[in-house]
Design a protein around this ligand. Structure first.
Ligand code: PLP
Length: 384
């Protein structure tokens, strides 16, 4: 009974990608200036963290997102780590995030020996719910005389909030900004998956004090490995660049470092690849949105729900996602499609189910649990 329906999905994906071979979830496409720019860094010997492409990459990121400043970082995870340092997160502080996210969000919190607190997501955006956030803050926290928000149960300071734009679908970020402001909570947007995604016509990552992007191999735009921090705050941008370059004070020959820094600057060879890819961002997004619209019409005629971009957003459709009836049907679908050579994947295991975070504080996570049991990502590579 399931098999016939699932076979239709497999056939559709095969026709979409015109392939009888294994169809991966997301692979990069290098049909622009990638080879030229990378060879350029090799020919010039400027392959490392000083070079024209790193600056060009930062300028492109500003142009694309509309942010005033962009700082090139070695990876999205490192960009998140640095952002939380810039947010002033210290040991034993708490950081509010969603349980339905990639592990990197929580790793960054844990690197600082801070603690994640999980609140629920919205059913339509799959991202942090401003209502769940408000509900948690109003019931469990208080803003004290020092101006900071404290958790009444744990007694810890809540320093930052990291919502995530899941699979490139923007969450209700304007509302989240408003709530965080009221409770004096520093907002870092994990926009790792949402390059080219807009909420109310503004690029994701530009609503928070800091936005973080990833250019890992499986993302919409890749440079092998890489990340970026964007911000409109000159002080934050300067500090981000300083900390990402070993906190070295600029001088022609002296090695003087004025605080503990990090070797987090993106190398020029990666930036070259990133520039070539970013030049094609509009083409990539157009292709991904075409694919999304074909999936959408296809799934309209099935019993499977296809997740569409939420109201007021333009999504990059990084990874297309569907909802099966329940966990049992999801597992049958995963087994069937992967057996047939069409790669599909469930959502990440929820963070509060992992051993490191099983004792973390969390609000009601009904929507996160419901989605995690049913969601499957299907092949989403750009077609050029
Ligand atoms: C990919 C990703 C990251 C981490 O980026 P890397 O560049 O792989 O370190 C962080 N958060 C989310 C939500 C991601 O999807």
């Amino acid at each position: 009974m399931y098999k016939a329906d699932f076979q239709l999905v497999v056939d559709f994906v095969r026709s979409l990608y015109a392939s009888d071979n294994f169809i991966p979830l997301h692979v990069p496409v290098f049909k622009g200036n990638e080879r030229k720019y990378v060879l350029d860094t090799i020919d010039s010997t400027f392959v490392s963290s000083v070079g024209a492409y790193v600056n060009k990459f930062e300028n492109l990121m500003c142009e694309i997102t509309g942010a005033k400043y962009a700082v090139a970082i070695v990876s999205g995870t490192n960009a998140l780590h640095l952002s939380l340092i810039l947010a002033g997160v210290e040991q034993e502080d708490e950081v509010i995030t969603q349980s339905l996210t990639f592990i990197a969000t929580c790793n960054a919190i844990s690197y600082l020996k801070a603690r994640p607190v999980f609140v629920d997501i919205d059913r339509d955006t799959l991202g942090l719910s401003p209502d769940a956030l408000e509900q948690f803050l109003s019931s469990s926290t208080e803003v004290r005389n020092d101006g900071f928000c404290y958790n009444k149960i744990s007694g810890r300071r809540i320093k930052a909030c990291v919502p995530m734009h899941t699979f490139g679908f923007p969450c209700r970020i304007d509302k989240i900004v408003e709530v965080c402001k009221r409770y004096n909570i520093f907002l870092v947007e994990d926009a790792a998956e949402s390059i080219g995604s807009y909420y109310k016509e503004k690029h994701t990552g530009t609503y928070g004090s800091i936005g973080v992007f990833s250019f890992n191999g499986n993302k919409t735009v890749t440079c092998g490995g890489g990340g970026a921090i964007i911000t409109n705050d000159n002080e934050i941008a300067k500090k981000a660049k300083h900390l990402s370059t070993q906190a070295k004070v600029s001088h022609r020959w002296d090695f003087y470092h004025d605080e503990v820094g990090y070797n987090y600057r993106m190398p020029n060879i990666n930036a070259a690849l990133a520039c070539a890819q970013l030049e094609q961002l509009d083409l990539f997004i157009e292709s991904k949105r075409d694919i999304a619209s074909l999936y959408s019409s296809f799934f309209d005629h099935t019993n499977i729900e296809y997740i569409k971009e939420p109201d007021n957003t333009k999504a990059n459709y990084w990874l297309n996602a569907i909802l099966l009836k329940d966990r049992f049907e999801r597992d049958l679908f995963l087994e069937f499609t992967n057996d047939q050579g069409v790669m599909t994947r469930p959502s990440w295991e929820l963070m509060h189910h992992l051993p490191m975070y099983k004792d973390s504080q969390h609000g009601d996570l009904t929507v996160s649990e419901w989605i995690a049991e049913r969601l499957v990502n299907i092949p989403s590579s750009v077609k050029l």
